[in-house]
Design a protein around this ligand. Structure first.
Ligand SMILES: Nc1ncnc2c1ncn2[C@@H]1O[C@H](COP(=O)(O)OP(=O)(O)OP(=O)(O)O)[C@@H](O)[C@H]1O
Length: 738
């Protein structure tokens, strides 16, 4: 608060050109209100306001506005949802239609209602014939007139709130097993409650004050349609003081509604203050969603976990087998351009078999031979693998991959921005049309036709997406409750899950009362408590600071070790990939570039991006007849060993410690064996005890990263802009075929 006040003060004095008209505007609005207060017959106010007619009109007004609100809620909530969430032809037109009564003169609205629902209107005779309802000059007509002009306030407010609600909350609920209606009831509605309540209050207040449409459509029948605003108008003819007194009553009601909404529009609500303090991200129509705080990211090391037995298989584009019970077909030729890695081996089109399903203890069927053909199913006829849930999925569309992963494997999914990592997860979840997993088998048959909430695939989005209106315990129990587990049992199980992650003592807290690391643990507990067969995590540690990252990583590793399904973990952090995963899946441009164990990936990265992610230098080039690699810039590199026979393109990979920098050209015949070129120092930074130097090669050679030991750094003293010679020890260069 103090900060914002200081910010305002800091903007200097209000310019007169703005201050004067603004002040006049306030006076302009204030004078009529002051007039009412000044002219109110305070002495006789109680008797006037308490008179039979006023009480009758007030009762009628309350009843009419109450029914109008109910009517608006029943029809307006679905309409708002449709406008906010569904794209349909003519949507802009429908939105205009919704807003029209707000800008229409009320008497015109009344005339329109007469022409629509009047006795001789378009729909009036039908209403009379089918339902025996005559709307004009009846209380029901007053309700219709009020609802007609008031409903837009509800629809517009709720639509805004719904549009502001990030879909990840609802999608997470779906992934935990909640059916669409349950999601709407337990996540959507509570989260848009401020927008709904504000819209409902405005709608009700507007209905309470409605005059023009009511008198035109429903007339002015005492006790039936003569609401309070109508009575004010009548009183004004003979008893101006009485009119003022009743006006004051309506004014007081309107002011009360505004005061009730002050947290939302006048900025004084205390309910959201605590959340704002914690820096919750703006989300639902002016409310804040906790747990979405921006947190700094950093990485730290940890040993490799290995819980997978046997190997797994991932390829891009080839469907090696179909779901159990679905006959396998030969593969289309164009689907066989996949990159399939077993060890360091790469298969491309025409290479061996199109699919080699390898699962724990099962050798690929040698009888299938090379070329397209059916693959051996290692466990035909069985349902879920007793040891857990394998993953088999053929993903097509914007992201293309064939995943065949044994139970208990954690696969890190890495790749540059826009590579298709999230699309891959969403395809598995069935939450995108841009890609689809077909078939999708988690050990029990093809799930590709199943709706997202029946797939048993739990998703942990980047910020955890904890439901802000539920405690940590209720969040964790959400999936179990959605799957029909009785409340007490679900809470017991959820509690155990939280205990396992060391946060049982926080069970009663709401997400905004948790730190980033704690919230992420709750999100993990919630996903695992839903008894998933496949766990998808989208950068679970990205938003955490260094220490939270280390502790959540540890908790994650411990918890994943006991998970019987496959876990796909999207990450940009090489440490995370290497420390948490049994396998790393590299995506680029929507396709699989590499699928390998972390150590193999580190030794033989098959794309410049991976190599650089791991801190290596990576230079792609064409293989020459002499067994060297010619780079685009013309530089020719020599490695310890020539590229494998038949390779035409390769990646030269060398660690930064293999790169030496010198002020003058290294002498011929040195360990570089010709791997030298001049460059310009672009960036210098400290890396542990070494100096990390980025050298731009320009037209003379590729860019290179060198890590200089203290002595070499002291000798060279590299500064940005300095010209240096780059020398790469040939023995430290590996050629990886592309
Ligand atoms: N709804 C969408 N409509 C059209 N294109 C989309 C949509 N969502 C994503 N894309 C595009 O699909 C590609 C893959 O996006 P995706 O979000 O899967 O990448 P990512 O690997 O997860 O990236 P990041 O690391 O930045 O999160 C990108 O080029 C992106 O622009």
């Amino acid at each position: 608060m103090r900060g914002s006040a200081a910010g305002l003060r800091g903007r200097g004095r209000t310019p007169l050109a703005l201050g004067v008209p603004a002040g006049l505007a306030v006076v302009f609005l204030l004078v009529p209100l002051a007039g009412v207060l000044a002219r109110t017959p305070w002495g006789s106010l109680p008797s006037r306001v308490g008179s039979h007619e006023v009480r009758q009109a007030l009762t009628l007004s309350l009843a009419v506005s109450g029914w109008a609100l109910l009517f608006s809620l029943v029809l307006g909530v679905p309409l708002a949802w449709l406008l906010a969430r569904v794209d349909f032809p003519g949507k802009a037109l429908v939105r205009c239609l919704v807003m029209l009564p707000m800008v229409l003169p009320p008497t015109v609205a009344g005339v329109a209602l007469l022409q629509g629902y009047g006795r001789r209107g378009v729909a009036g005779p039908w209403l009379e014939e089918w339902f025996g309802v005559t709307l004009p000059f009846s209380t029901a007509g007053a309700v219709v007139a009020s609802a007609f002009v008031a409903m837009p306030f509800l629809v517009i407010s709720l639509e805004g709130a719904l549009a502001g609600l990030h879909p990840r909350y609802e999608e997470t609920a779906v992934s935990l097993g909640a059916a669409p209606l349950r999601v709407f009831r337990t996540v959507t509605l509570p989260m848009v409650a401020p927008g709904l309540v504000a819209g409902a209050a405005l709608c009700w207040a507007r209905a309470l004050g409605e005059f023009g449409a009511t008198i035109t459509f429903a007339g002015n029948l005492p006790g039936e349609t003569q609401t309070l605003p109508l009575q004010v108008y009548l009183l004004l003819q003979d008893d101006p003081e009485g009119a003022t007194a009743v006006s004051l009553l309506l004014l007081a009601i309107a002011a009360a509604v505004l005061l009730a909404l002050r947290g939302r529009w006048l900025g004084g609500g205390g309910g959201t203050a605590a959340r704002r303090e914690r820096g919750g991200a703006a989300d639902v129509a002016g409310t804040t969603v906790p747990g979405a705080e921006a947190r700094t990211a950093a990485g730290s090391g940890a040993p490799v976990r290995s819980c997978a037995e046997g190997s797994s298989e991932v390829s891009s584009g080839t469907p090696p087998k179909e779901a159990k019970g679905v006959p396998r077909r030969p593969l289309p030729a164009d689907a066989r351009t996949d990159t399939r890695t077993e060890g360091a081996e790469t298969r491309t089109e025409g290479d061996a078999r199109p699919c080699a399903v390898t699962r724990p203890g099962v050798d690929p069927d040698p009888g299938t031979g090379p070329g397209p053909g059916p693959c051996t199913d290692p466990d035909p006829g069985t349902d879920a693998t007793p040891a857990g849930y394998p993953l088999y999925a053929h993903v097509t569309g914007a992201t293309r991959a064939v995943l065949d992963v044994p139970p208990g494997t954690t696969v890190a999914v890495v790749g540059p921005n826009g590579a298709g990592k999230t699309t891959l997860l969403r395809a598995l979840l069935g939450l995108t049309r841009r890609a689809a997993a077909r078939p999708l088998d988690l050990g029990g048959g093809d799930l590709s036709a199943a709706p997202a909430h029946r797939r048993r695939i739990a998703w942990v989005p980047q910020d955890g997406a904890l439901f802000p209106h539920l405690t940590a315990l209720a969040n964790t129990a959400y999936g179990l409750r959605a799957q029909g587990v009785p409340r007490a049992e679900a809470r017991r199980e959820a509690r155990a899950g939280l205990d396992e992650l060391g946060i049982g003592h926080l069970a009663h807290r709401r997400p905004h009362e948790l730190s980033g690391g704690q919230a992420q643990r709750v999100a993990l507990a919630r996903a695992l408590a839903a008894r998933p067969r496949l766990l998808l995590m989208d950068e679970p540690l990205a938003a955490l600071d260094q220490s939270a990252k280390a502790s959540v990583r540890q908790a994650l590793r411990r918890r994943l070790a006991g998970f019987g399904g496959v876990c796909l973990l999207v990450t940009h952090d090489p440490v995370e990939a290497v420390s948490l995963a049994d396998r790393v899946l590299v995506l680029e441009d929507g396709g699989v570039v590499q699928y390998a164990a972390p150590d193999e990936l580190a030794r033989l990265p098959r794309s410049p991006w991976v190599a650089r992610m791991l801190g290596h230098n990576a230079w792609p080039g064409k293989v020459t007849a002499e067994g060297t690699l010619r780079l685009d810039a013309g530089t020719e590199l020599t490695a310890a060993a020539p590229p494998p026979e038949g390779a035409t393109a390769a990646l030269a990979v060398a660690g930064p410690e293999a790169v030496a920098l010198s002020a003058s050209r290294p002498p011929e015949g040195g360990p570089e064996r010709g791997n030298v070129w001049p460059g310009t120092v672009r960036e210098v930074s400290a890396q542990g005890g070494r100096l990390r130097v980025l050298v731009g090669g320009g037209a003379d050679g590729p860019d290179a990263v060198a890590e200089l030991p203290p002595r070499a750094a002291a000798e060279l003293r590299p500064v940005e802009g300095a010209r240096v010679w780059v020398g790469v020890r040939a023995a430290a260069v590996t050629f990886v075929p592309l």
